[in-house]
Design a binder for this molecule. Structure first.
Ligand code: NAP
Ligand code: HSE
Length: 437
């Protein structure tokens, strides 16, 4: 059978990784897909830029429309990133009846509802395995492997750049900016790296995971998002003394009355496997009713690791080229007419545990004042640690771990604590998850 011809939109880190993997493993891939897969055209911005991959016979252009419209191209692979012009190009490909593979989580999180509706109407596939957790086949696992389960929650380290920065800062005392620059050199970071460090990239990915896990529409704007820029070495050290690691987690949980969708730094017990996921590695822990917990681990970013997921999608697309659209796996796992309309809960209604760090003057009764405020807001304490007071400043650092509480009560307690006369700094709070069941 003739090979399937594909066109790439973008030939940067992931685009070149895809060309290299298709080139090196072409025979194995053809044995799996039933047909070869050949890149015939690629669009870039700068035609003069040197590429990291050999382009034997690939038509290079700075006009992405010409790749989409190329009659030879059967599958369009979008690897340029960002919402526009990616959205317009993908919709154009769909309108032309072409299947699409993309690694673009921003595109899917922001415009996926529209894109999947158009694809459904036109009977084409839009595959996006590489959009979440790089090379880990988490979309396939959730959408197909766990299809018999009710998913209770998903918690993941889903930004490789952020995890790389936190690991290097903790293990080697390196400077934040210095490690971020290295992540950019290694091709891990987004074109705008604030997406990585402010949690936006992780929120894009969590939005997709939640839709597939629970059968809810993509709703990026409802995700509570915090990044890693506020994490200090001091908190990393105290957390370690208490037996916890601080990780940047995306959490999607089915709760009473709705869903929790949140991305933020989180204390997790060091004995959990996921607490030991370091560097650019990602991991997604899924709690499901029948199978229990399952953990998916692998490289979350990088040229060939991401290409591994892009090529797997290409193989899926090639395998179903001749299958009826009704018989394919639905884009968001659940049938389009069977999505849940339960709401995403406001953060004040989320129930979780907290690490609180306070600095206070070393005076009698200070601790009693603090615990009185917490008690008045129904916040029960699991552990408390007071560091030796600093003799020069006469101040003590107090670390408190709470039991599971309502976030709205913690907000109110922190606001009241701010009015105590002996508190000398704002309260630092980091959410804490046991990730047991
Ligand atoms: P990249 O290295 O910046 O590559 C982007 C490519 O798109 C470049 O070749 C660029 O051309 C081209 N491009 C951008 N805008 C264009 C336009 N308007 N017209 C024509 N060409 C255009 O990005 P990347 O790291 O490969 O990421 C690509 C996508 O994969 C993004 O959605 C990203 O979020 C996602 N992703 C990346 C990774 C990773 O590890 N890097 C992992 C998973 C998913 P020039 O080369 O000429 O500038
Ligand atoms: N910038 C992203 C990350 C790329 O660091 O995880 C992979 O999606």
């Amino acid at each position: 059978m003739k090979p399937v011809k594909i066109g790439l939109l973008g030939l940067g880190t992931v685009g070149c990784g895809t060309v290299m993997v298709l080139g090196r493993n072409g025979d194995e891939i053809a044995r799996r897909a039933g047909r070869g897969i050949v890149v015939v055209a690629a669009a870039v911005r700068d035609l003069d830029r040197e590429r990291d991959c050999a382009l034997n016979g690939v038509r290079l252009t700075d006009e992405p429309d010409s790749v989409v419209d190329d009659p030879e191209v059967e599958v369009v692979v979008e690897l340029m990133g960002g919402a526009e012009p990616a959205r317009t190009l993908v919709l154009r490909a769909i309108a032309a009846g072409k299947h699409v593979v993309t690694a673009n989580k921003a595109l899917i999180a922001l415009h996926g509802n529209e894109i999947f509706a158009r694809a459904h109407e036109r009977g084409v596939m839009v595959a996006f395995e590489a959009a979440v957790a790089g090379g880990i086949p988490i979309i396939k696992a959730l959408r197909e492997g766990l299809a018999g389960n009710r998913i209770d929650w998903v918690a993941g380290i889903i930004n490789g750049t952020g995890n790389f920065i936190l690991t290097e800062m903790r293990d080697h005392g390196r400077d934040f900016g210095d490690v971020l620059a290295e992540a950019q050199r290694l091709g891990y970071a987004e074109a705008d790296p604030t997406f990585d460090v402010e949690g936006i990239d992780a929120a894009h990915k969590l939005c997709i995971l939640a839709a597939i896990a629970f059968g809810i529409p993509l709703q990026f704007e409802r995700i509570h998002t915090e990044g890693i820029t506020g994490i200090t070495r001091e908190d990393v050290t105290y957390a370690a003394e208490l037996g916890y690691s601080i990780k940047h987690l995306g959490i999607a949980r089915r709760a009473a009355g709705g869903f929790e969708l949140r991305v933020h730094p989180t204390l997790i017990p060091e004995r959990r496997l996921i607490a030991n996921v370091n560097g650019v590695m990602n991991a997604v822990l899924v709690q499901a009713d029948a199978v229990g917990p399952t953990l998916y681990y692998g490289a979350g970013a990088g040229a060939e690791a991401t290409a591994s997921a892009v090529v797997a999608d290409l193989v899926d697309v090639v395998r179903v080229l001749t299958a009826d659209p009704e018989n394919r796996v639905p884009h968001l796992a659940f049938q389009p007419g069977a999505l849940s309309d339960l709401p995403v809960l406001p953060m004040a209604e989320v129930r979780t545990s907290f690490y609180l760090r306070l600095r206070a003057r070393d005076r009698p009764g200070v601790l009693a004042d603090i615990t009185r405020v917490l008690g008045a807001h129904c916040i029960s304490i699991e552990a408390i640690l007071q560091r030796e007071p600093d003799p020069d400043r006469g101040e003590a650092t107090i670390i408190i771990l709470t039991h599971q509480v309502r976030e709205g009560d913690v907000d109110e307690a922190i606001s009241e604590l701010g009015g105590l006369p002996h508190l000398t700094s704002p309260v630092t709070r980091i959410r804490m998850e046991p990730l047991s069941r």
